[in-house]
Each structure stands twice: as C-alpha cells, then as structure tokens.
Design a protein around this ligand. Structure first.
Ligand SMILES: NC(=O)C1=CN([C@@H]2O[C@H](COP(=O)(O)OP(=O)(O)OC[C@H]3O[C@@H](n4cnc5c(N)ncnc54)[C@H](OP(=O)(O)O)[C@@H]3O)[C@@H](O)[C@H]2O)C=CC1
Ligand SMILES: CC(C)CCC[C@@H](C)[C@H]1CC=C2C3=C(CC[C@@]21C)[C@@]1(C)CC[C@H](O)C[C@@H]1CC3
Length: 418
C-alpha cells in the first residue's frame, strides 16, 4: 500500500517487531506497576507479588464504569464551547475546527463528582477496582483501535497520517492510519488526548486520597502534594487546551493503538502510580522538605509554562509585544525559529520543565523505593525519543535553518549536559 505521500515514511519504534513488542510490553508493564504498588516490598524490578487470574481482571461492572466515564466525557465535549478554534493546515489546505471546552469539562466533572460524593457515591472504593478498571480500559483501547483501523480502510488517501501506512498490519495498527479520525465534528484523537485519561488520572488520585483519609484519619502531606502537583498539571493542560493542536500527536501521528492505549489506559493507571504507592506505603514528610519539593515543582512549572507559552504566543502572532523582541532565524517556509528567550537556552526547554516537575512528583514518596520514580524514568525515555523524532521532522521541514538553530543552540534538553 502506498504511503499518502507517495514515498514510504521511514519506520519508527523499531518497525513491526518493535510495535508488536510494545503492544505486549506496555500493558504488561502497566499491570506489573499496579500489582507491585500495592505489594509490601513494592519492588519495581522484582517479580510481581502474584499473577492475577482472569476472575480478578475481568469485571462487567468495571467495563460498564469505563464506558460510562467515556460517555460522560464525550457528552461534556459536545456541550457548547466558549470558543471553537481552527487546527493547523492539512495537506489538502483545509483546517479542522476544534471545541475549546476542556477546562469546562474538568470543572463540570468536579461538580458532578462532588455532588455524587455528597449523595453517598463511594469514590474511595475506586482504588480496590483499579485492576479490573485497567483491564477494561485496555480492552476498550484495543477494540477502539481495531475500529479505527477499519475506519481508515474507507478513508480517502488525503486523510491518512504520514507514518502508520506502511502496509504492515501490526505496525499500522500500532501507529494508527488515519490522522484525524472523526464522526461528524467529533474528533476522536483530540478528545482522547485530553479528556478521559487526564481527568480520569486526577479522579483516581482523588479516590486514593479519600481512601487514605478513611484508613488513617486524614490524607498525608505527601499525598496532598502529589494530588496538588498533578492537578495543577492536568488543569494547565486543559486550560491551555489549544496548544495540543500543535503537538506532533495531533499534526503528525495517526490514531492507533499507541495513542488509544496511552490516552485511555496508560495515563490514568500509571501516571497515578505515586498516589497508589503512597496509599499502601505511607511516607513521613516534614514541612521543610515539603516546601523544598514545592519549590522544585514551581521551578519546573515556571520553565514548562514559560517555554510553552512563549512558543505558542510566537506561533500565533510573532509581533505580539511579549515575543516581538526575541531573536529569530528565518526559514524557507516563511516561519521563523526563536533563538533567544527559553528557546535559546536549549532546543526543548518545555521538556526540561516537565522533567523537573516529574522529579517533584516522586520526591514526596521518599528515596528508599525506585517504584515512585518509574514515571521519571519512563518520561525521560519518552521525551528523549520524542525530541529525536521532533528534530528529524524539523530538519526535514526547515533544512539549513534548523541546522543553523542547532549550531546556535547546541543542547537539546539540559543545558551543558544533553
Ligand atoms: N506528560 C506527558 O506524558 C507528555 C507531556 N508532553 C509535554 O507536552 C508539551 C508539548 O510537547 P511536544 O508536542 O512534544 O513538542 P513541543 O511543544 O516542544 O513542539 C515542538 C515543535 O515546536 C516548534 N519549535 C521547535 N523549536 C522551535 C523554536 N526554536 N522556535 C519556534 N518553534 C519551535 C516546532 O514546530 P513548528 O515549527 O512547526 O511550530 C516543533 O516541531 C511539552 O511541554 C511536553 O513536555 C509531551 C508528551 C508527553
Ligand atoms: C504508552 C506509550 C509509550 C506512549 C503514550 C504516549 C501518551 C501517553 C502521551 C503522548 C503525548 C501525550 C501528551 C500529553 C499526555 C500524554 C500523551 C497522551 C499531554 C496532554 C500532557 C499535558 C501536557 O500539558 C500536554 C501533553 C501533550 C502530549
């Protein structure tokens, strides 16, 4: 099958073999983490405490809950939005329209959950259901990816993603064939990237905090910090929702198993690992250390937000007074590249801020277990790989100008180190 560009895009993620391995490895890792987090020794690198049988994984109630959650988030997505914005230009020169109401969905979910809890909804029972819920989410992601693959078979060539159309079934199923699968104006990738998984993540965190309060009288300081930091991160992503429209996931990647599983299962069940760990392994944390960790998170957030906002402002309007004085390089495409400000420090300052925050999310869990640092380790690998993919795409897009940028700003993520 020809790629939509006529020539085949180079294979990523180790080709079909790498894709097959990841499809197996990612769910296995997620279940390993869920099992180990609740075990006494909580050893990241040891074997799981036991292997759960199907009766422990499969629950029709969990599947129903998972589908109800998706239905609720879809209904909130369809509510009137404060703004409808246009995405990047597509190959056929058209632009898709996207509702900007993610933050509103977060607030309405908080309201509904608050009403539910005060009416007796047993939210603190959620942690006991994490295993069957994760299984239901994985199953849903798998079936959803299958439907997306089938939908792509009847999509016009112009709707296909640059990668994900190699002709190899496993590779294409993993990467995703269609760039922006939609039914009417409902955009599946945009919806999944920001709503059910991210909001589900903070809801699971909250349930863990409530269960800790039930078990020990009140939530620990460590649990408050993890909940607060991660709520800030999710709130920020939904507040600046429009920025996701320029990420490579939306512009470049198809919607397949990688993103469906990542969004619907991986994010809520592994990103909540620190809170899961704290429920079963309470950690003493004093105010001086807590203040220091808050400072680290604040520094990370400052860099992350500063860098992302600077680029987004510049891309929207290069003459905006907040960015008009920054030094730039012209490119043959007509777009310019920032070479001063945050983007003159390293080539991905936003990744640096994100990694500093990831460290702050693990530190409340102490330094005697590796498990709560899983996110930091995985995220470092993800961002290094992502940075490499982005560099290749930018080199292709900007050619000599990108080489000049790399010469002027030699470090990728960490100044003087990487
Ligand atoms: N928590 C998580 O699991 C994850 C979080 N993230 C976070 O999401 C955010 C978005 O990340 P991501 O989509 O990977 O990438 P970026 O937001 O870093 O976007 C990269 C793009 O920015 C543009 N760009 C690069 N350099 C410059 C420059 N000097 N001047 C102007 N534009 C430039 C290029 O696109 P163009 O020129 O076409 O505009 C490039 O393709 C980040 O903060 C990241 O940390 C990302 C992945 C996972
Ligand atoms: C499981 C796989 C190895 C990879 C799955 C990757 C996905 C989990 C991530 C790909 C890009 C993401 C982004 C975000 C969350 C994680 C995924 C979906 C954000 C929404 C997180 C908040 C930031 O402010 C914006 C991010 C955009 C990219």
């Amino acid at each position: 099958m020809a790629s939509p560009q006529g020539s085949r895009a180079p294979l990523e993620f180790g080709g079909p073999l790498g894709a097959a391995a990841l499809m197996l490895l990612l769910p296995v890792t997620m279940f390993h983490l869920l099992l180990v987090a609740r075990s006494g020794p909580a050893r990241l690198l040891g074997p799981p405490p036991y292997l759960p049988g199907l009766e422990e994984l499969w629950s029709p109630w969990a599947l129903l809950l998972c589908l109800t959650w998706l239905g609720l988030q879809a209904a909130l997505y369809l509510l009137p939005a404060r703004k409808v914005t246009e995405g990047q230009e597509l190959k056929d020169k058209s632009r898709l329209r996207y509702p900007i109401n993610g933050f509103q969905a977060l607030m309405l979910t908080a309201l509904l959950v608050g009403l539910g809890v005060s009416a007796g909804l047993p939210l603190s029972a959620l942690p006991e259901m994490l295993l069957p819920l994760a299984f239901a989410a994985t199953l849903t992601a798998f079936i959803f990816s299958l439907l997306l693959y089938l939908k792509a078979l009847v999509a016009p060539a112009s709707a296909l993603a640059p990668g994900g159309n190699s002709g190899n079934l496993i590779y294409d199923f993993f990467l995703g064939r269609e760039l922006n699968p939609r039914i009417c104006s409902f955009d599946f990738k945009y919806f999944c990237e920001l709503r059910p998984g991210l909001i589900g993540w903070v809801l699971i965190n909250l349930a863990l905090l409530m269960q800790e309060a039930e078990l020990r009288g009140s939530p620990s300081l460590a649990m408050w910090l993890v909940n607060g930091f991660q709520l800030l991160y999710v709130g920020d992503a939904l507040w600046y929702e429009e920025a996701v429209l320029t990420t490579m996931d939306i512009i470049h990647d198809g919607f397949g198993f990688m993103l469906a599983f990542g969004d619907l299962a991986w994010v809520p069940f592994t990103y909540s690992l620190q809170a899961q760990f704290l429920l079963y392994h309470p950690q003493p944390l004093g105010w001086p250390m807590a203040s220091f960790i808050c400072l680290i998170n604040a520094v990370g957030y400052y860099i992350f937000r500063g860098a992302n906002s600077q680029k987004n402002t510049f891309r929207k309007n290069p003459s905006d007074p907040r960015v008009a004085d920054l030094e730039t390089i012209s490119t043959a495409t007509g777009r310019r590249l920032l070479v001063s400000g945050w983007w003159g420090m390293v080539r991905h300052p936003n990744y640096l801020g994100d990694l500093i925050m990831a460290l702050a999310w693990s530190l409340p869990c102490g330094v005697f277990h590796l498990l709560p640092y899983f996110y930091l380790l995985y995220f470092t690998a993800l961002l290094v790989h992502r940075e490499d993919r982005d560099e290749r795409q930018c080199l292709q897009k900007y050619g000599l100008a990108w080489q000049e940028y790399c010469r002027r700003v030699p470090y990728r993520i960490v100044p003087y180190i990487y």
